[in-house]
Design a protein around this ligand. Structure first.
Ligand code: T4K
Length: 400
């Protein structure tokens, strides 16, 4: 095997950057057609036809009684928390995108970080009970990378202590758990329809729920608290999705299943290409799940692989492979959470370990199998020539 690696002076594998994801978009002609209808109608936002249609289509697809769409997943989370009137402390995971913790703290609530499982990367349900206090009002787990967390155990704990459960299902669109759509679990489930997600409305989000009153509350909250021309029922905000976003989403929806199937092929190809390389571990997907292949990540164990995650990151970036460190830094290590008493479980050892080892590789439906092969071969070369690479990286560090 030749040691043709950009870090060692060869040409990069990709002449143009290959990003970790690439948004799915509808046919431009169909978007122009629907945009024309919206332009002609001059109804651009404020609970219009396409927003209502999207909510109705999502309700049927997810088999949920109520659905509210919003302008993004972060505000969907914030308003979901507010709609339940939560207070005090919410137990969550530190291994997530910052939006999860921010949505809690921006509601004036303390996020209490619970450690995660080393193999699934989800909140470790066996460690939740020890964090419950008289101030705990809810558990807010994340289905990390679309992988359902231990819903069975979490629901038992929530029932025992009368806690609400909100799932951050930002990554979990179209995932099934025990044969049911993931949106059916918890008091509420929150989705992100950001451009980088399996299903996107450019920017967007949704809350699925079982209660008519809570759905009503979310719709009030997203519209300044205005229920009708003469009724302002709470101090809401502006978190509305507009008509162009909703129409874009409706067109994109028809592509989701095909996209997931394509991702599945690429994901499995990564696994079969990489599984004999020492020191690379894959996320364990919940046995009760039908997965959506939202992300492909590797955990890099430096002792066995020969390089640590950051070294591999540098090598891949030199190749034009725009890998990402999802999720690093860990929420609990951010100064505004770390310096506070928000972080009760001091150790969070698994979360720190995974955050320091994790690397997201490109996975999107426009990628070719050949791309996966080239990336995999590069990772294998990094393992084979790890000693040479370390010498090179040390030299680079010295001259920096
Ligand atoms: N909860 C969880 C667990 C989440 O992961 C997220 C969001 C939320 C809540 C909040 O939902 P939103 O409010 O975002 O709806 C990205 C996304 O912006 C963010 O939505 C997502 N999670 C997070 C995991 O990833 P960044 O800062 O990594 O985005 P960025 O701009 O670096 O994009 C990633 C790559 O995607 C780029 O390198 C290139 C590609 N890309 C991106 C955009 C925006 C494109 O090719 N085209 C594009 O338009 O956060």
């Amino acid at each position: 095997m030749s040691n043709s690696l950009a870090i060692l002076g060869d040409k990069p594998s990709f002449s143009k950057p290959l990003y970790v994801t690439l948004p799915s978009v509808p046919e431009i002609s169909s978007f122009v057609e629907v945009s024309k209808k919206i332009f002609d109608s001059r109804w651009l936002t404020n609970d219009g036809y396409y927003v209502r249609k999207l909510e109705s289509v999502l309700k049927n697809r997810m088999r949920i009684p109520y659905c509210s769409v919003l302008c993004n997943g972060t505000l969907a989370l914030e308003l979901a928390i507010r709609s339940l009137g939560l207070k005090g402390e919410i137990i969550t995971t530190p291994f997530t995108f910052v939006a999860t913790a921010h949505a809690i703290s921006r509601n004036g609530i303390r996020p209490i970080f619970c450690d995660i499982e080393k193999d699934t990367y989800n909140i470790d349900a066996s460690k939740i009970e020890e964090l419950i206090t008289s101030k705990t009002s809810a558990i807010l787990p994340v289905h990390v990378f679309g992988n359902p967390c231990d819903i069975k155990t979490i629901e038992i704990i929530a029932k025992k202590y009368s806690l609400k459960v909100i799932y951050d299902a930002a990554h979990a669109f179209d995932v099934k758990y025990m044969g049911n759509n993931i949106a059916q679990y918890g008091d509420l489930s929150v989705f992100s329809f950001h451009a980088t997600k399996i299903f996107n409305t450019l920017e967007g989000g949704a809350v699925s729920c079982k209660s008519k009153e809570i759905c009503r509350a979310i719709k009030d909250l997203r519209n300044f608290g205005i229920r009708s021309e003469e009724e302002i029922v709470c101090s809401g905000t502006n978190a509305k999705m507009n008509e162009l976003q909703a129409a874009f989403g409706l067109l994109n929806l028809s592509k989701v299943t095909k996209g997931i199937n394509k991702r599945k092929k690429l994901y499995n190809r990564y696994v079969s290409n990489l599984n004999d390389i020492p020191g690379l571990l894959f996320q364990k997907i919940n046995n009760d799940a039908t997965y959506n292949y939202a992300y492909f990540t590797v955990q890099v164990s430096d002792n066995e692989f020969g390089l640590n995650r950051d070294d591999l990151y540098t090598c891949m970036r030199k190749e034009g492979v725009m890998v990402r460190k999802y999720f690093w830094p860990l929420c609990s290590n951010l100064h505004f959470y770390k310096a506070s008493i928000f972080c009760k479980n001091k150790a969070l050892s698994s979360a720190n370990l995974i955050s320091n080892r994790i690397l997201s590789l490109p996975l999107h439906e426009t990628m070719k199998e050949k791309d996966v092969d080239v990336i995999s071969r590069t990772i294998r070369l990094c393992n084979t020539y790890s000693n040479k690479i370390i010498i090179k990286l040390n030299k680079l560090k010295r001259y920096r």
